[in-house]
Design a protein around this ligand. Structure first.
Ligand SMILES: NC(=O)c1ccc[n+]([C@@H]2O[C@H](COP(=O)([O-])OP(=O)(O)OC[C@H]3O[C@@H](n4cnc5c(N)ncnc54)[C@H](O)[C@@H]3O)[C@@H](O)[C@H]2O)c1
Ligand SMILES: O=c1ccn([C@@H]2O[C@H](COP(=O)(O)OP(=O)(O)O[C@H]3O[C@H](CO)[C@H](O)[C@H](O)[C@H]3O)[C@@H](O)[C@H]2O)c(=O)[nH]1
Length: 330
């Protein structure tokens, strides 16, 4: 009854490993440590260092650990990088996911939860976005994820397993107990970058575009707390095991915050006034992404615990200060 968590040494994956461990569910992590770190995996949880596209290794892990479910976080995640390196993104996100799905089929794994993204939706769809909105990704990143959703749909029909594709909106924050957080080197995510500006790791924050068709001209996103997201994954695993029915569901709160509103929140919560400068638009950025989370609520019974921007920012800051203090002590 072991859950294989690919990418479990990364930001979101490490919170999922904590959620499963807290629920006393057996876990094994597979991670190539390209952006994740060994320290993010509790010492009680086995970590296999390797690639989620290595079919021989996957067969061994599934067999040796008695894997019955897979939660697949491993992948490349930076939207603008996918614009400059699309083939790298299709390799790591699509081709390697295909290898993992094939290994799951060979190994008789019955449940598969996949990290999808709001970036699968097209521009111009009615907001908040429902799962039925048009799928027309702006970036190669979104396309690489949408292809994996399609493979899961086709393979589940042909081979008799159930999958959940959870379309995350913007994930932020950290474990409220301070056990995990985002430690990604060269992070690009807004709240993480702003937290680094608070601790002095960065000397300023850039706003990428202030001429979008949004109320204040900056991009609007639906920020979701990473621990609420992990909770949705645990519920999705239970749903798949209980019903055997596939699920595609948004994970967001249904409320947007602009880049300027996020910056205000970070300054307010931290009490630190860091320099901010206007910069050109970043390639691949849609103006507005806000979830309609009704399906996750009704199908999974998902009820968020941290649906508040200042709370998310507060947890992100606590983690950032903790790792800054640790780095200073080294
Ligand atoms: N962070 C967000 O806001 C967000 C939003 C939507 C979707 N997602 C998706 O969630 C997942 C996790 O994202 P994250 O923010 O935790 O990123 P992350 O970079 O912290 O985690 C990814 C993990 O996967 C590992 N990895 C990458 N390629 C691998 C490979 N080929 N084989 C094995 N391990 C590999 C990395 O070392 C890392 O530990 C990704 O699939 C991402 O696309 C993230
Ligand atoms: O220093 C920064 C960083 C970001 N931004 C802006 O802040 C917004 C959010 O950017 P992030 O990089 O934090 O997140 P993205 O919306 O680009 O992407 C994230 O959320 C998406 C879904 O909404 C994807 O799934 C993706 O994996 C994940 O990285 C964007 O308008 C971006 O231009 C800035 O202005 N300055």
């Amino acid at each position: 009854m072991t859950v294989l968590v690919t990418g479990g040494a990364g930001y979101i994956g490490s919170h999922m490993v904590l959620a499963l461990s807290d629920a006393r569910r057996p876990v094994v992590v597979l991670d190539d440590l390209s952006t994740g770190s060994r320290a993010a995996v509790p010492s009680t949880v086995p970590l296999v260092q390797g690639c989620c596209g290595d079919e021989g290794l996957l067969d061994d892990v599934i067999r040796d650990h008695g894997v019955t479910a897979i939660v697949h976080f491993a992948g490349s995640i930076v939207v603008p990088d996918s614009v400059t390196d699309p083939l790298g993104y299709y390799l790591n996100n699509t081709v390697r996911s295909r290898a993992l799905i094939a290994a799951a089929v060979r190994g008789g794994v019955k449940s598969f939860v996949f990290s999808s993204t709001a970036a699968v939706y097209g521009e111009g769809a009615a907001e908040p976005l429902r799962e039925t909105a048009a799928l027309d990704p702006v970036s190669p990143y979104g396309a690489s994820k949408l292809m994996t959703e399609r493979m899961l749909s086709d393979a589940s029909r042909a081979h008799g397993f159930a999958y959940a594709a959870l379309r995350y909106f913007n994930v932020a924050g950290a474990d409220p107990a301070g056990r995990a957080g985002q430690s990604t080197p060269r992070a690009t995510h807004l709240i993480k970058v702003a937290a680094e500006a608070v601790t002095g790791k960065r000397d300023r924050l850039q706003i990428f575009g202030d001429d979008y068709p949004t109320p204040d001209g900056t991009c609007v996103r639906d920020y979701i707390h990473v621990s609420d997201l992990a909770k949705a994954h645990v519920l999705a695993l239970d749903h798949l095991a209980r019903t055997g029915e596939n699920l595609v569901a948004n994970c967001g709160y249904g409320r947007g915050a602009s880049v300027l509103e996020v910056i205000e929140s970070v300054k307010r919560v931290s009490g630190v006034d860091f320099p901010v400068e206007r910069a050109p638009r970043r390639p691949g950025d849609p103006a507005l992404l806000v979830a309609d989370p009704a399906r996750a609520r009704t199908t999974l019974g998902w009820r968020p615990d941290y649906d508040d921007l200042d709370t998310i920012v507060g947890h992100a800051l606590a983690w950032e200060r903790k790792i800054a203090a640790r780095a200073a002590a080294e």
